[in-house]
Design a protein around this ligand. Sequence first.
Ligand code: ZN
Length: 71
Amino acid sequence: MGSEFPICKACDNNGNLLPLSDFGSQGAPIHYKAWVCSVPSCGYNIKIRNGDVYINEPISSGDSHVPRTRG
Ligand SMILES: [Zn+2]
């Protein structure tokens, strides 16, 4: 039904693996650098870094970047 993404085999929620892209240090786009399951409770992810494949690394959201306050 139009689903072009591979099925996540790590969960039974019929999740799809969504391709994520990044930008290199030179600003060149890196397509499909990582794949993440569309089911948040699954969290299965696979990514490529420097030619190595990493599976199920912890996902960190951008919100974790909290400015430190003194007090
Ligand atoms: Zn999944």
